[in-house]
Ligand binder design. Structure first.
Ligand code: SAM
Length: 247
């Protein structure tokens, strides 16, 4: 395995990459004990695309995927760079982008799940700090269900500074925190708009909170204190989708 290889584990991750850029896949390993139709079809496609294919036992596949369920299928591929620069993002604010900013989400599964929900909600870009943020590990790629290949990620050195630039450019950036006074339903989200979600343990950093246009909470009616960050991201983003589609 090359140091720069991205590990794609499971049917969804491998077939998304096949659709996007099959030439970026260096090699595919599969478990020959899996002889079901789904695996047979996948092998046919891989062979048709001229990708190197090798058999590997379950232990070897586990070794590649590091606990991520792989369904007997692993691809090693060159990373696809769908990163976007902050300047490019700023140049394209006219199309009413919906942005998701993650302030220090470090768990790869949560990061992947946030990308998944961002893709589903039509998010234009996910903005994360260069430090204190999960990267596209096998676990993140798997949890993203293909979205790591579709959602542009903007990695910035200073998240608070980027928020200021966006707010100055007229994009409301709303931080989310359970203790906020207003709810996520009180903001007009039809124009360019961004949500900021905080880290698993600590939530939003103080400086991030101060730079946001406002703070909003998801009303919690039960006894738990907070939601998982990707669940919270889904609720916020789909409120925006609701406003933009239903009115
Ligand atoms: C697990 S929570 C972090 C909990 C953390 N102890 C705190 O004080 O924020 C992760 C992130 O999900 C979002 N979140 C979770 N529950 C929320 C709620 N009820 N209202 C608004 N945001 C919420 C926030 O962005 C939060 O930073």
């Amino acid at each position: 395995m090359k140091k720069e290889d991205t590990v794609l584990a499971g049917f969804h991750a491998v077939s998304s990459r096949m659709k996007r850029d099959s030439s970026s896949i260096r090699i595919v390993y599969y478990d020959p004990k899996r002889r079901d139709q789904r695996m047979r079809r996948m092998i046919e496609e891989i062979e048709k695309a001229g990708i190197r294919l090798m058999q590997a036992d379950n232990n070897r596949l586990d070794g590649f995927s590091h606990e991520v369920p792989h369904q007997g299928l692993i691809a090693l591929a060159a990373p696809i760079d769908i990163g976007m620069s902050f300047d490019t993002l700023m140049d394209n604010l006219a199309g009413n982008p919906l942005l998701l900013l993650l302030d220090g989400v470090t768990d790869p599964r949560n990061f992947g799940a946030c990308l998944r929900v961002a893709d589903a909600a039509g998010v234009s870009a996910v903005i994360t700090p260069k430090d204190r943020s999960a990267t596209l590990t096998a676990a993140a790629v798997k949890a993203s269900a293909g979205a790591s290949e579709t959602v542009p990620i903007v990695r910035v050195t200073n998240l608070a500074g980027s928020i200021v630039e966006l707010v100055d450019a007229g994009v409301p950036i709303i931080g989310t925190a359970g203790e906020a006074q207003k709810t996520i339903y009180e903001f007009d989200q039809k124009g360019a708009f961004g949500w900021v979600l905080g880290a698993e343990g600590d939530g939003l950093r103080q400086l991030t909170r101060r730079r946001c246009s406002d703070l909003a909470k998801i009303p919690m009616l039960g006894t738990v204190e907070s939601l998982n960050v990707s669940v919270a991201a889904g609720i916020c983003l789909f409120e925006t989708v609701r406003q933009r589609t239903v009115g």
